[in-house]
Design a protein around this ligand. Structure first.
Ligand code: PDD
Length: 286
């Protein structure tokens, strides 16, 4: 694969990241995962805006990472993915310097890395069609989940626990609220209304979440932005996870208990249909 590394396009195997890199030593950096549909990046400007936001708040950079959009397109081209379903991963760290907790006295150049991958859309579409299981776990992450930092230890452990339980996702619970998944946002349906947590420092402001909420507004699907309490969840008619790699995937059981009918519900199906139109995919699936 051809990767992007500090202003160059080079063979991925030739990328040399310093052991002093603060991303490696301290998880002092940010990442993004973009989706490309047939070579067209999905809402790239939103991903860049989130990266810029994180970079400002981490005090990595006041700059604008918009230049990564043509980089992503070039990565897709150079790797023969211009027509394919793919993801593009970017990571930006504070760079390589002698290990100190405080920022290096002489700021090193940022480390900027990008790599595309083919995306198995068929596997995702099967899960979107069938629905998945989820478990709940205490949210053990820090209090700045609005920044997409590479420090994912709590997400990794929770996602592994989900896998070991035969579930696709762990929904993280903080103060009695079903906040979001380890790599997706969480939504539920009560009385026909789509409910999801408002943006805050406790969730990642998902690009898919934003797209889904816009589609709801445009197509008259009622929405309420408020916390989903664990204590009310037994009344939910539907639940779903939304994200770059899951799009809109119905959650059929949580902790082994069925949600609503235990089958993908009408709101999830409607959102899948609207999302398919948004990304130019035929609907219904063949
Ligand atoms: N994760 N919440 C968390 C904690 C996430 O890690 C993600 C995405 C989302 C959904 O955001 P978006 O719609 O912008 O993908 C919500 C990426 C895909 C990942 O870590 O691989």
């Amino acid at each position: 694969m051809i990767a992007y590394f500090n202003n160059d396009f080079i063979d991925k195997d030739l990328v040399r990241i310093s052991p002093d890199d603060r991303g490696f030593l301290l998880a002092d950096g940010l990442y993004e995962v973009l989706r490309s549909y047939g070579g067209k990046l999905f809402r790239a400007a939103d991903h860049i805006a989130r990266l810029n936001y994180g970079a400002r708040h981490l005090r990595l950079s006041q700059g604008d990472f918009s230049y990564l959009v043509p980089v992503a397109e070039e990565l897709l081209r150079r790797n023969g993915l211009a027509e394919a379903e793919a993801t593009v991963y970017f990571q930006v760290t504070r760079g390589a310097a002698k290990r100190t907790h405080a920022f290096p006295a002489q700021p090193p150049p940022l480390t900027v890395y990008g790599l595309p991958s083919p995306f198995d859309a068929q596997a995702m579409l099967r899960r979107m069609e069938s629905g998945v299981a989820a478990i709940t776990l205490p949210d053990q992450r820090w209090a700045r989940c609005d920044m997409k930092t590479v420090g994912l230890t709590a997400n990794v452990l929770a996602n592994q626990a989900a896998h070991e339980a035969g579930a696709a996702e762990a929904i993280l619970v903080r103060d009695g609220v079903l906040i979001e998944g380890t790599h997706s946002n969480f939504m539920a349906v009560f009385g026909g209304t789509l409910v999801t947590a408002p943006t805050s420092n406790y969730i990642l402001s998902g690009i898919t979440r934003k797209a889904v909420l816009e589609l709801c507004a445009r197509h008259g699907v009622p929405v309420e932005l408020r916390p989903i309490y664990a204590s009310e969840f037994h009344q939910a008619e539907e639940a779903m996870i939304v994200g770059t790699t899951v799009e809109v995937t119905p959650v059929l059981t949580v902790d082994g208990r069925p949600v609503g009918s235990g089958r993908p519900g009408p709101v999830a199906r409607r959102l899948q249909e609207l999302f398919a139109a948004e990304v130019g995919r035929p609907w219904p699936q063949g």
